[in-house]
Design a protein around this ligand. Sequence first.
Ligand SMILES: Nc1ncnc2c1ncn2[C@@H]1O[C@H](COP(=O)(O)OP(=O)(O)O)[C@@H](O)[C@H]1O
Ligand SMILES: O=C(O)C1=C[C@@H](OP(=O)(O)O)[C@@H](O)[C@H](O)C1
Ligand SMILES: [Mg+2]
Length: 172
Amino acid sequence: MESPKNRNIILIGFMGTGKSTVGQAIAETLNYQFVDTDALVEKKAGCAISEIFASQGEAHFRQLEHEVIKEILQNERLVVSTGGGSVLREDNCAVMLANGQVIALTADTDHIIQRVSQDPNRPLLQGNVEERVHTLMAQRKDAYQFADVTIDTTGVPVENIVRTIHEHHMKK
Ligand SMILES: Nc1ncnc2c1ncn2[C@@H]1O[C@H](COP(=O)(O)OP(=O)(O)O)[C@@H](O)[C@H]1O
Ligand SMILES: O=C(O)C1=C[C@@H](OP(=O)(O)O)[C@@H](O)[C@H](O)C1
Ligand SMILES: [Mg+2]
């Protein structure tokens, strides 16, 4: 485990690009431990993400998310699926790059809208989902570019994405 890029795999990307789904599958393939920062934030707060946003606001959620990312990346052999807004803090990006191979998942807007519309649990997408996705994607268009690798998941089955990540991780 000489290079920091060997330590962990860290998935970043907009909501609905498949970080949580793909992360779980790649962890099983590599026999790494799977960690979802959203789940760790919920554990730390003792309530659901939507409740944290509603009762304490987004800034508090971002602080918990930052603490979780810093803590968890002290370990090795993890696949870490991050929340889509974690990259908005530069210090999170720096911790990620220093502790693993950062892989950005992307997908086109229509696929993202279709995927997230089935899950009402994202506080930033309440109301008109299509409008919210368009607005946030425009705001974040450059936010995922610091990744070591970028993989377009549009129309790609999860097992193919897993295979591509596996190949990238083996040859890095
Ligand atoms: N490659 C894919 N093709 C089709 N559906 C997908 C794909 N990846 C994820 N999904 C679906 O999209 C939804 C959001 O996926 P999720 O893993 O929660 O994304 P994220 O963690 O990036 O927000 C889930 O219903 C999931 O089953
Ligand atoms: O993009 C964001 O700001 C968020 C993405 C969510 O995670 P997913 O990207 O896994 O949906 C979750 O962290 C929270 O609802 C905020
Ligand atoms: Mg997720």
